[in-house]
Structure formats: structure tokens, C-alpha cells
Design a protein around this ligand. Structure first.
Ligand code: CP
Ligand code: NVA
Length: 308
């Protein structure tokens, strides 16, 4: 049985298999052909943080695959009153077929997975957001940027940046990251990504100059400067991130036909200008829709690998 906790746990071939499955299922869905790959299965969705896309896409996705989703807010289940993660895992996983968790520390997700009888999917932790990055790659392929792209990530060295690092290292594409000083990616994640990238001679670069990072980029991306759980740091962060907003002037440093991706929710006038966001609405909202299709691919893949 496999869990989907970080991209580093999968080979390039496995990640591409999931993408192919998602493409096939997306095509079927567009034709209103709903194949019950996960008939009668239940997906428990545990949320300890807010969500729009992750909740709607997983709940709709499991339904379209012939199963049902259970929304479990961390505050409403006994987990919120102190029941240990490992007990929650041992109870919930005896009743459902798959679990998605959005939580804070990566080790809480890992603890759940260790005690779970069914596959567990990371729906975002402070460290990683792997389902988002699989979706971003699916979207890049659809917009003609799947082959040897150069990607520029400008902003916080957070869960999204970490997952970009893992995706680039695993799939073997060039990634430039520019963060303000003091907001670099986690050192351990950087080292792990560098080690993986070495095998495929993939270039990963880190710096503090957005203009420099965007040179030659086919894909430009960013994320909020204030992630869930960092609300108290807002004032300081807004000051420290000044100069990192992606606007048309910054975009002009990337290739002429570069696309812009944003995992959303976006904060206009902070990490991205209103103009850049609206100019790229087609890619950004296709990216949002693709959460539905990509996660169906991941769920079906995990189901197929249950007894392997
Ligand atoms: N991008 C993303 O995960 O969005 P939600 O927080 O709305 O789920
Ligand atoms: N970095 C953001 C991503 C939201 C989808 C957060 O963790 O809040």
C-alpha cells in the first residue's frame, strides 16, 4: 500500500503514470462519462485548516468516481479535543477506504499514515502541498509548457516552494527560486531536492533577486506571503516581501510567452498585481479546475496499488 505524503516518495515514472490517469479521467469527465473506478468507496477528508479548492475538488472527485466523501473538520471531531492522531487513524481507517488530511506539521500526517490501514493523501501541510504541484504540472502540459520548462518561483520559501523543488528534482526541469532574505526554503528540503536533482543533472537555483530568477522562464509562479497559521506575522511579512509582487514589469523579465500560475487563494496587490492575475485568468482557473482531475488520477492510482 502506498501513501501520497510527499513527491519525493515516488519515481518520475510513477508521477507520470498518475498524470496520464488524470488526463484520461479528465477527458472522460468532459464527455460526461463517469467511470466508477472507486465504486462504494469512502474518502474521509480531515481538515485542520481552511480550504475551498481542496475540499470541493476531493469531495466532487470521489463522488464522480462512484464513491462518497466525508468532510471531517478538525474542530468537530474528537481530534480537536485531544484524541491522538494515531487513535484517530486506527479508528477512521477501519471504516473508510482512503483518507485525505490537511494539517500543520508534516509529522502529524506521517503519524496518521503510519497507523492507517488505508492510503493517506497529503491535502497540505506546513511543509508540502504535493497534490497542488501535480496539478500545476498537468496544467503546464496543457498550456504547452511540459517539455523541459524553466520555472521561476518568486516569494515565500514555504510548502508550495518546497513542493516545486521536489517536482522539479523528480521530473528533471530547471527551477529558479527567489525569496526575501530570511524566507528561504527549508535547508533539509533543499538538500534532499539537490540530491535527487544531481541524478538527472537538473538545475535548481536559489537567490534573492526576482528579476534575475525570472530570466528565461517559461512559467512564472508565486504564492501568498502569509500562509495559514502565520497570520500573526502579517505586518512584518508585508514589509519584508516588498519588491516581490509579480506584476507586468517583473513578468517582462521572463520569456515573452511565459505563463503565470497561482495555486490560489491570491492576494491582489501583495504577491501578484490585479493586472497580472486577470491577464492570466485562463491558466490560473484551469489550474484550479485541474485539482479535480489530478486528484482523481492520484486516488485511482493509489487504489490500483493497494495490494502491490
Ligand atoms: N490551493 C489550495 O489548496 O486551495 P484551498 O486552500 O482553497 O484548498
Ligand atoms: N502556502 C499557502 C498555500 C495555500 C493553498 C498556505 O499554506 O496557506
Amino acid at each position: 500500500m502506498r501513501h501520497f505524503l510527499t513527491l519525493k516518495d515516488f519515481s518520475k515514472a510513477e508521477l507520470l503514470e498518475m498524470i496520464s490517469l488524470a488526463q484520461k479521467i479528465k477527458k472522460q469527465t468532459k464527455e460526461r462519462h463517469f467511470v466508477p473506478y472507486l465504486e462504494h468507496q469512502t474518502l474521509a477528508m480531515i481538515f485542520e485548516k481552511s480550504s475551498t479548492r481542496t475540499r470541493v475538488s476531493f469531495e466532487t472527485g470521489i463522488y464522480q468516481l462512484g464513491g462518497i466523501g466525508l468532510f471531517l473538520s478538525g474542530n468537530d471531531i474528537q481530534l480537536g479535543r485531544g484524541e491522538p492522531m494515531k487513535d484517530t487513524a486506527r479508528v477512521v481507517s477501519r471504516m473508510v477506504d482512503m483518507v485525505m488530511i490537511r494539517t500543520y506539521e508534516q509529522h502529524k500526517l506521517e503519524e496518521f499514515a503510519m497507523h492507517s490501514q488505508v492510503p493517506v493523501i497529503n491535502g497540505l501541510t506546513d511543509m508540502y502541498h504535493p497534490v497542488q504541484l501535480m496539478t500545476d504540472y498537468l496544467t503546464m502540459i496543457e498550456f504547452g509548457k511540459g517539455d523541459n520548462p524553466v520555472v521561476g518561483y518568486i516569494g515565500d520559501g514555504n510548502n508550495i516552494a518546497h513542493s516545486w523543488l521536489m517536482l522539479a528534482a523528480k521530473l528533471g526541469f530547471e527551477l529558479h527560486i527567489a525569496t526575501p532574505i530570511g524566507y528561504e526554503c527549508d535547508e533539509e528540503v533543499i538538500n534532499t531536492a539537490k540530491n535527487i536533482a544531481k541524478q538527472s543533472a537538473t538545475k535548481l537555483s536559489f537567490g534573492h533577486e526576482p528579476e534575475e530568477a525570472l530570466k528565461g522562464c517559461d512559467v512564472v509562479t508565486t504564492d501568498t506571503w502569509i500562509s495559514m497559521g502565520q497570520e500573526e506575522e502579517k505586518k512584518k511579512r508585508l514589509k519584508d516581501f516588498s519588491g516581490y509582487m509579480i506584476d507586468e514589469s517583473l513578468m517582462s523579465h521572463a520569456k515573452k510567452d511565459a505563463i503565470f500560475l497561482h495555486c490560489l487563494p491570491a492576494y491582489r496587490g501583495l504577491e501578484v498585481s490585479e493586472e497580472t492575475l486577470e491577464k492570466n485568468a485562463d491558466t490560473i482557473f484551469t489550474e484550479a479546475e485541474n485539482r479535480l482531475h489530478m486528484q482523481k488520477g492520484i486516488m485511482v492510482w493509489l487504489d490500483q496499488h493497494r495490494n502491490k
